[in-house]
Design a protein around this ligand. Structure first.
Ligand SMILES: [Zn+2]
Length: 268
């Protein structure tokens, strides 16, 4: 057991310290790598709207629209975790981003609630303490989608020691993820005029272990009949894609400015 804990410590500490090396600013040149993760897919449909709209289709359409916009820029390289209606385990999505040296990771989702009146946009970054009960429930839903072990994993993360260790591992990118979430959330709410439900924190499996600033966006409530309609429309999708792209670009500039100091100090 002691040996196991030591290995976990070493693993987590090495993740922690490798975070900025894989991050955006320490690369002297070359495009910024943005990994877009359309939530769910295949047998994992995600949430379903009252008219039958499935979250997995909303997220893929939006991700493809966002990728289209970002691909027009020479200073950004866009990668998607999926481009078709296929199932991909949550851990594989994060691993894909790490493997490809992503500078930013954005996971796209649509929200659902038993209260049909719930509306608006929420943006999350990782924390093992959820902002509130709704955030905790949402993370449990997203974590369990398509994989029966997912919910248990989220519950396990509440274990004190594990929580402290995982917090340690994410300290390095935690602050940047928070700033990334703020940037994207601000432009999304501003660009779409939808209700602002704020930037929150929750234990999403898909964000665990990401070695770059990573966020999960809930672009609207598919469970709300009028928001479901808006999410299914080309105009809604286009406005969301445009505003998310704007947020990514504004954060990219802020990050480059901030990390410029580190590059100047000679760490390549
Ligand atoms: Zn989802």
């Amino acid at each position: 057991m002691g040996k196991y804990l030591l290995s976990v410590c070493i693993l987590l500490i090495s993740i922690s310290f490798s975070a900025p090396v894989n991050g955006a600013g320490l690369r002297a040149s070359g495009p910024m790598v943005v990994v877009i993760d359309p939530g769910h897919g295949g047998e994992d449909t995600g949430a379903k709207g009252p008219s039958g709209l499935e979250e997995k289709h909303v997220t893929l359409r939006l991700a493809l629209g966002l990728a289209e916009k970002l691909k027009k820029r020479d200073d950004i390289r866009v990668l998607l975790t999926r481009t078709a209606d296929v199932f991909i385990p949550l851990e594989e999505r994060t691993a894909f981003a790490n493997r490809n040296g992503a500078d930013l990771f954005i996971s796209i989702h649509a929200n659902a609630a038993s209260n049909k009146d719930a509306v608006g946009i929420e943006t999350f970054f990782l924390s093992f303490e959820a902002t509130d009960e709704d955030a905790r429930r949402l993370a449990a839903f997203e974590n369990s989608a398509g994989q029966p072990g997912g919910a248990r994993q989220a519950a396990g993360a509440e274990d004190d020691l594990k929580s402290i260790l995982l917090d340690l591992a994410n300290t390095m990118s935690h602050h940047e993820s928070s700033a990334f979430a703020e940037a994207v959330h601000t432009t999304m709410v501003g660009g779409t005029g939808r209700e602002n439900r704020g930037v929150k924190q929750a234990p999403f499996t898909v964000l665990v272990g990401a070695t770059m600033p990573a966020v999960l966006i809930e672009v609207g409530f598919i469970s709300n009949p009028s928001e479901e309609k808006w999410l299914s429309k080309t105009d809604g999708q286009a406005r969301l894609a445009e505003s998310i792209a704007e947020g990514i670009l504004s954060f990219k500039d802020a990050l480059a400015r901030k990390r410029g100091h580190i590059e100047v100090s000679g760490r390549d």
